[in-house]
Write a protein that binds this ligand. Structure first.
Ligand SMILES: Nc1ncnc2c1ncn2[C@@H]1O[C@H](COP(=O)(O)OP(=O)(O)O)[C@@H](O)[C@H]1O
Ligand SMILES: [Mg+2]
Length: 220
């Protein structure tokens, strides 16, 4: 059924420049409830795939369909960015507010939420990644692992049902990885996780792909 397709890439072709050997040519479908992992060598195009889905890069040919609509122009991607929780590979690309509280409140405020509801979301999101007591801290003073946890919390605050997570366990300690595993265990989520952590992918995903010559290949 068409409705069950969340993300559909059809012959999506992308190349950074003539002198960059990476050429992406993809056919890929994420259906509702799919839990997909992508593992693969450095520079094989994993992050580029996420940028194409989020509209941060545009394909030279082919089609990108998200939530049943073809996405081509900047405006088309507004809804995609609102509804998909996207964790950047580098947390510094995700964080831009002067305090942890504002960082998490930003999304919900943008969605029109106010007052106690926002404060409750901030508290809940921080608790889910073990950052209670961090509200007044400056994001740029946090350690790498703390930034990663905060970046995850900003995404959870939006309560997305579709997630694209680019190396979510990078720099995280084991108890926090366990928290992420629990978060991903919630019913009703669909996601793609890029990771080099096979053990983590084994526990959180049911389909595993790798990149080979710019295309996704199933790993058994
Ligand atoms: N903005 C850019 N301009 C040119 N080349 C880039 C750019 N971003 C990434 N690349 C190159 O494209 C390839 C794929 O990058 P990326 O998708 O980030 O790989 P990864 O699979 O490690 O996430 C790499 O060789 C990288 O150096
Ligand atoms: Mg990457």
């Amino acid at each position: 059924m068409e409705d069950s397709v969340v993300i559909n890439l059809r012959s999506t072709y992308f190349k950074y420049s003539e002198d960059n050997p990476l050429l992406i040519d993809l056919d890929f479908t994420l259906s509702r409830g799919d839990r997909v992992g992508i593992i693969g060598c450095n520079g094989c195009g994993k992050t580029t795939l996420f940028y194409l889905i989020m509209g941060l890069l545009r394909p030279h040919a082919g089609e990108i369909e998200v939530f049943g609509k073809k996405r081509e122009k900047e405006d088309d991607f507004v809804e995609v960015r609102e509804k998909i929780g996207f964790l950047f590979q580098n947390s510094d690309d995700q964080l831009f507010c002067p305090s942890v509280r504002e960082e998490i409140a930003f999304g919900p405020l943008n969605f029109g939420k106010r007052g106690k509801e926002v404060e409750d979301i901030v508290d809940e999101s921080l608790a889910s990644v073990g950052l209670e007591g961090f509200k007044q801290r400056a994001p740029y003073h946090l350690s790498g692992g703390e930034k990663r946890r905060l970046a995850v919390a900003t995404i959870l605050a939006m309560k997305p049902r579709v997630l694209l997570l680019d190396e979510p366990t990078l720099g995280l300690d084991l108890p926090t990885v366990e928290k992420i595993v629990d978060i991903l265990d919630k019913p009703g989520l669909s996601y793609i996780i890029i990771s080099q952590n096979r053990e983590f992918l084994k526990r959180t995903t049911s389909k595993l792909y790798t990149f080979e010559n710019g295309a996704l290949k199933t790993v058994d």
